[in-house]
Design a binder for this molecule. Structure first.
Ligand code: ZN
Ligand code: ZN
Length: 382
């Protein structure tokens, strides 16, 4: 590796004390100020100032040049996304490419940097040399789950099934026909990376011959045709907590996609579809609602009425003078809470007006109407 490699390991923005999006004139201003401050003429014999002056000059050499700065930014950006907290790309260490699983879509190798880091997705868990990148995580999956209204209230444990890739059951994920083993790639010597000169800098990029795997499968597994993965039905047990609402997603950690290179599996998201109920509706997570029709006489005089709950009927007292639309709260008769408590049942009163009345009722109502002195519309004026 040429010495330029250290180039993008240094924080030149930090050295000049400017932000990465600082305009060129601010970069130049910062450089001039620091250069004056640490200039050897002003700091005779001061070793520390001399070092500082060199650092500042090196930083400005890159950030002061538009094309060098662009390249520096790009490399730093890629390094930040692929090698958090590391000293920069450092491939080729022992175990590189040793994941034993081959994957498609390692990245677009026409794009030097994109391919470089995209390819990192296929690396073995143990081997980034001194790069120390965490192995990539598998993809998250989402699968729907239909739940009855009652199961959503109480919570349940069930099984979801879906089709997804998993390591091949014949080759165990190596991609090689059983009885054979992948061989070291002759082009990269098994490291998975080859050096490429790009402008003034030399980069490593995934080996095009083995696509960064470091190994070549000479006799591909017949089952997975060398891919190392096969499509299969998977069943996952999932615990649904009480109070889930329609459309909610429940996460099952580590039951999503398998990771390239032996990294952690992704998560499975179970999207809950709660079926509606004939008479009950959900009001928030733990409360239930229903409409309770009452007679005019019950609303006026008050009554004890029988109201259904998920666990059977209860008696609810309708106070005298209850107007339609009033909601009565029946404590502890709603859904279950995760801590063993209960929500409430919200009973909304509806006053039923009969379309037909008997002759006797008509007589009584007429008499009642003649007795009703209070005008309900007096506030409307007229
Ligand atoms: Zn296989
Ligand atoms: Zn190779």
């Amino acid at each position: 590796m040429p010495p330029q490699r250290e180039w993008f390991e240094k924080d030149y923005y930090g050295v000049l004390g400017v932000s990465p999006d600082a305009p060129p004139k601010d970069v130049t201003k910062a450089y001039r100020r620091l250069a004056r401050q640490y200039h050897p003429d002003a700091n005779a014999g001061n070793k520390e100032a001399e070092e500082k002056f060199k650092e500042v000059s090196a930083a400005y050499d890159v950030l002061g040049d538009a094309s060098k700065r662009k390249e520096y930014d790009e490399v730093r950006r890629m390094a930040a996304s692929g090698f958090r907290g590391s000293g920069g790309p450092g491939f080729g260490g022992p175990g590189f490419g040793g994941g034993g699983v081959r994957f498609e879509n390692l990245g677009d190798f026409d794009d030097l940097l994109g391919g470089f880091f995209g390819g990192a997705g296929g690396r073995g868990a143990g081997g980034f040399g001194r790069g120390r990148a965490a192995p990539p995580r598998g993809a998250d999956f989402e699968t729907p789950l239909r739940l009855s209204f009652e199961d959503a209230l109480t919570g349940t444990t069930t099984t979801v099934a879906f089709e997804a890739d998993r390591p091949c059951s014949v080759c165990g994920g190596s991609g090689a026909e059983p009885g054979t083993v992948p061989v070291s790639c002759p082009q990269c010597g098994g490291s998975g990376m080859v050096a490429v000169d790009q402008g003034p800098f030399s980069f490593s990029q995934p080996c095009p011959n083995c696509r960064g795997a470091g190994r070549i499968v000479e006799k591909p597994c017949r089952r997975c045709r060398g891919q190392g993965m096969e499509r299969a039905r998977q069943e996952v047990k999932v615990r649904i907590p009480p109070g889930v609402v329609d459309g909610e997603r429940i996460r099952v950690r580590g039951r999503g996609g398998y990771a390239p290179g032996g990294g952690p599996r992704g998560d499975l998201w179970v999207r809950v579809q709660v079926q509606p109920h004939r008479i009950f509706e959900r009001r928030g997570r733990y409360d239930l609602g229903l409409t309770v029709p009452v007679r005019y006489t019950e609303a006026v005089l008050g009554a004890d009425v029988t109201v259904p709950t998920p666990e059977g009927p209860v008696t609810v007292r309708i106070p005298a003078g209850t107007p339609p639309g009033r909601t009565l709260r029946v404590k502890g008769k709603g859904g279950h809470t995760p801590t063993g408590g209960r929500g409430d049942l919200m009973a909304t009163i509806d006053v039923v007006v009969p379309k037909k009345v008997s002759k006797e009722e008509r007589e009584l109502l007429k008499r009642l109407g003649s007795l009703n002195g209070d005008d309900p519309r007096k506030h409307l004026g007229g």
